[in-house]
Design a protein. Structure first.
Length: 264
């Protein structure tokens, strides 16, 4: 009897609805993306196909057309802000507690430019949060004779130009993933700068300069000093800038390292 009574109680008890599942609304990295003209959006009202809109292109006035509620201004706003706008307007006159998701499916309003020594220089869409590393990968990566750094030119709020230098080492090690790009940024990959090593070395010639290059490292690139090597001088623009160079001294781009003949 007790078992039958418990069964009847369970049957008669009100069934609680399953907990709501929050819509994904896109990747977290896109939350800060500001929608612009020509971007393409998917606006999903869960359980309400007639109120949803797929492939909505942001028009020149910054709006999209939505079922029931008409024009919605989306340019200059994040996807989360648009979700709230659509949800509030639907809830006011049409639907009860609508659940809305907005996703940017095509990024056309914002661009960056990659120039210089990359395989595929050109203009690329800025799709969400893009790092300088990702942008260079899209451009086919840096060429072998690219320099030891890249320069990002960015328009400032007052119309001035800001420059950011990122080392090639940071790009190749992954540290530059934290350097995020903005709309209109220009990434320049310059040709590698060089140093010239001459005199009493085994293989004199021009070698690629990199930040932190020392006299000792430059000499090793040139095969090292010969048995007749004497003092070392460093020249820049034809003038001696270091008359008694030590092996630990740093070398600048376009320097000439001259190893003099030792006099017995």
């Amino acid at each position: 009897m007790i078992s039958i009574a418990l069964l009847l109680l369970l049957v008669q008890a009100p069934q609680l609805p399953p907990p709501p599942v929050a819509p994904s609304g896109g990747m977290p990295a896109m939350d800060d993306y500001i929608i612009g003209v020509a971007d393409v959006l998917n606006v999903t009202v869960f359980g309400e196909t007639d109120a949803s809109r797929s492939g909505a292109t942001v028009e020149s006035d910054g709006t999209i057309d939505m079922p029931y509620i008409g024009r919605v201004r989306v340019a200059g706003q994040s996807a989360r802000a648009v979700e709230k706008e659509v949800r509030d307007r639907l809830a006011k006159d049409f639907l009860r507690n609508p659940s809305v998701s907005v996703e940017v499916v095509r990024f056309r309003s914002k661009t960056i430019s990659v120039q210089g020594l990359v395989r595929n220089p050109g203009e690329y869409p800025l799709e969400g949060n893009v790092s300088v590393t990702t942008a260079l990968a899209k451009a086919g990566s840096m060429l072998i004779d690219a320099g030891s750094y890249v320069i990002i030119s960015r328009r400032g709020a007052k119309g001035d130009t800001e420059t950011i230098t990122v080392s090639r080492k940071d790009i190749e090690s992954g540290k530059a993933q934290s350097v995020l790009l903005k709309d209109g940024d220009v990434i320049l990959v310059p040709k590698a700068e060089s140093v010239f090593v001459t005199g009493q070395v085994r293989n004199g010639g021009t070698y690629t300069w990199e930040e932190g290059l020392t006299v000792e490292r430059a000499l090793s690139l040139a095969g090292g000093p010969t048995e007749r090597a004497g003092k070392i001088t460093v020249e820049h623009d034809g003038k001696v800038v270091n008359g008694k160079a030590r092996k630990s001294d740093l070398v600048l781009a376009n320097d000439t390292i001259r190893v003099h003949t030792r006099i017995f």
